[in-house]
Structure formats: C-alpha cells, structure tokens
Design a protein around this ligand. Structure first.
Ligand code: HEM
Length: 366
C-alpha cells in the first residue's frame, strides 16, 4: 500500500467539525437548549454552500475559454442539477429549525447581535458567481451589501463580482452558437415568418369566430395586439437594446436568439444538452427564489415584523429580494416567444443532418 491507512474521524477531521459548536448563551451563563440547533443548522447550510460553490466554480472553469468542449456540457448539466438538488434539500431543512419555537429563540437571540446571515460570505459568493450584479441589489440601510462583511470577506465577494459569472459565461457561449444559419436556411428569418403566420392565423380565428360578440372580438384582438407588440420588440435589436438599458432585459440580442433556437429545436440531438443546461440554470434560479421565500417565512415566524439582528427590516427586506435578486429571468421569459412545434419552420435536410449526433466537437473546432 503506497499511502498510510486512513482513519474515519481523521479523514473527516471530525475533531474540528464536532468541536465547533459553542453556544454563546452558555458562554455568558444563560444556557439556552435550542441554540445548539440554531448553530448546527447554520453550519450544515454553510457546508452545503461550500459544495455548491465547488460545483459552480468547476462549471465556470469549463466555460472560461473561447471554446467549450461538447463533452463538458453533459458534465456541467449534471453538476448544475446537483446544485439544484442540494438547494431542494436545504429548503426542506428549514423544517428542522422550525421545531424551535419563537419563544425559545428569544432565549438566546440577543447574544447573536449584530451577527446575521447577512454576513454569510459564501451566500454572497454564490449570488455573485451566478451573476447577481451589485447595481441590481436592494439597498440595505442605504449601504452597499458588503459593508457589514469583514475586510477579508469583502475582498472575496468583490473578486467574485469582477470575475466572469456563470451568467456572463453562458451568455458568451450562446453568442458563439454556430447553428443560426445553414446554407440558405436562416433561423431568425424563418422563425419571424413562422411567428407572423401564427399571429395572422390567430387574428383570423378571432375575426371569423361566430360565437364571439363584437365586444368580445375587440377585447381578444386587443390582447392579440399586445402579443404582437411583444414579438415586435423581440425582432428589433434597437428595441432590445432599449430594454437592456432600462434593465427590463439582460441577455444580449445574439444570446437571446441562440437561446430561443435551443428552446425551439431542443429535440435535435445536438441541441438537447444545451437545452438541459439552460433548464438547469432556470431550476437553480427558481430554487434560489424558493429558498429566499422559505427563509423569509421562517424569519416572520420567528421574529414577526421585528428588525433583524443585522439591522434590516427583516421579513419585509427578505421578501423583496425574492423578485429583485433573480438572475436568469431572461431564460424564464423565453417561454413568451415559444411557438407550437406544429408552427415551427421545418429544418432543411442539411440542417437536420448537421444537428444530428455526428456533428462532433472536432468539426466545431475547424
Ligand atoms: C431563526 C432562524 C432565522 C432567523 C430569525 C433569520 C433572520 C434573518 C434576518 C432578519 C435576515 C436579514 C438581515 C438582518 O437584518 O439580519 C437574514 C438574512 C439572511 N439569513 Fe437568516 N435567519 C434565520 C435562519 C437562517 C439560516 C438557517 C440560514 C442559513 C445559512 C440563514 C441565512 C441567511 C442569509 C444568507 C441571509 C442574507 C439574505 C439576503 O440578504 O438576501 N438564515 N436572516
């Protein structure tokens, strides 16, 4: 054997982990039984945050270069799905903490001040590495989000803001998608024509529907005109840029087109893994929003409308972050522009062939 025998407790460094629960209530002579649960729960969350960061860093690494090997996409999808699975487990674990009553929490809450989950640097790293931007964050007592972190933690959080986030890297990768044109087939032009045909058909269906009154027709046509406006904004790069400037959209125009191609033609073998990758990002963002909501409920249950130990408005602040701190919203909103499979432009034989499995990474490099 080339390596010395391992011993369970040493390998897992259990001496460190199991001696790291030091309730402050006992330290200050007022032992509160439930503080142990409070500490354990936070520590378990933080260890899982570490695992999430490990997965996110490895996926970011795969997307850093100018070329992403197709083989990595499958691995990236598995790792991102793992992140989402961990998130589900964490959301479920709030239940354990809720076996502590609000009154039991009050026994030791004062000893925590002014520490707060707001100072969890790993949580900030997860947000920043996924792609949450400083300017998109809610104001926290009119101070930047990292003001309450130690200097060392501020440096870590700020470095993660400068490095390309998963959002940036996936956006660049989408912008490089080579499948938007095949010979005479131009995806964007064909898709636009298909949308126009579909909307024309919708208008005719409303106008010719004998069961609708004139008033109902006017109402349905006005709804249809809103859909038409939505699509018109999609087909105008200028309009798209305006939306990006206003903060209503974030994903670049080129990346949006590629993401739509992937969503619409996901049944094509070569686009299936990219589709699963975009779906995994949606899943992670959704789980993060669900985590925020679940945490906000726990907070309301424990402290009602009291301010947090970190000084925020507590439940009210946390509830606002659910919407304000979403990252991959553009990928959710792609569904607005999906059209039924039956209305999709048919791919020419050449494109069908190229999107088949034989289109390997070697041919992409050329
Ligand atoms: C009794 C249970 C809990 C209470 C009463 C509570 C309370 C709060 C409050 C009030 C805030 C807002 C900042 C502040 O003013 O302090 C906050 C933020 C936070 N808490 Fe908790 N928390 C609890 C459990 C947890 C657990 C188990 C975790 C897991 C690590 C956690 C992680 C966080 C994080 C990451 C933030 C920052 C959220 C953001 O700014 O978006 N909290 N918590």
């Amino acid at each position: 054997m080339k390596h010395p025998p391992a011993y369970y407790a040493d390998y897992l460094q259990l001496d460190k982990i199991l001696s790291a629960q030091s309730p402050r209530s006992a330290e200050f002579g007022k032992p509160a039984h439930d503080e142990m649960l409070f500490i354990t729960t936070h520590q378990v969350f933080e260890i899982w945050f570490k695992q999430i960061l490990h997965e996110l860093d490895s996926v970011r690494e795969m997307f850093l270069g100018d070329y992403v090997d197709e083989k990595s996409i499958g691995v990236a999808v598995s790792r991102l799905n793992r992140v989402a699975t961990i998130q589900s487990a964490l959301i479920e674990q709030f239940r354990i903490l809720e076996t502590m009553t609000p009154l039991d929490f009050l026994e030791f809450r004062d000893f925590l001040s002014p520490a707060s989950g707001f100072q969890s640097v790993q949580f900030r790293l997860i947000e920043n590495k996924l792609g949450l931007k400083r300017q998109a964050r809610l104001d926290f007592n009119d101070a930047p989000y990292d003001k309450r972190l130690s200097e060392a933690h501020q440096a870590l959080a700020q470095r993660a803001e400068i490095e390309p986030s998963l959002f940036d890297l996936v956006e660049r990768w989408l912008e490089r998608t080579p499948f938007l044109k095949f010979g005479d087939f131009d995806f964007w032009r064909s898709y636009k024509e298909a949308v126009e045909r579909m909307l024309d058909r919708d208008r005719e269906t409303i106008e010719r529907n004998p069961t609708l009154s004139e008033a109902e027709k006017i109402q349905e046509l006005s709804q249809l005109s809103r859909t038409i406006e939505n699509f018109a904004a999609l087909f105008s790069e200028e309009k798209h840029k305006e939306f990006v400037a206003m903060g209503a959209r974030r994903l670049s125009y080129a990346a949006t087109k590629a993401a739509l191609l992937i969503m619409l033609y996901r049944d094509q073998p070569i686009l299936h893994l990219p589709f699963r990758l975009l779906t995994a990002l949606v899943e992670i963002d959704e789980s993060l929003a669900a985590w925020r909501y679940r945490h906000a409920l726990v907070v309301q249950r424990m402290i009602g409308t009291k301010i947090g130990t970190g000084g925020s408005s507590g439940h009210a602040y946390l509830k606002q972050t659910i919407d304000a701190h979403r990252i991959f919203t553009d990928f959710f909103n792609l569904s607005t522009f999906l059209i039924p499979r039956s209305a999709l432009p048919e791919l020419p034989a050449e494109a069908e062939r190229e999107l088949g499995f034989f289109y390997g990474s070697e041919s992409l490099k050329k």
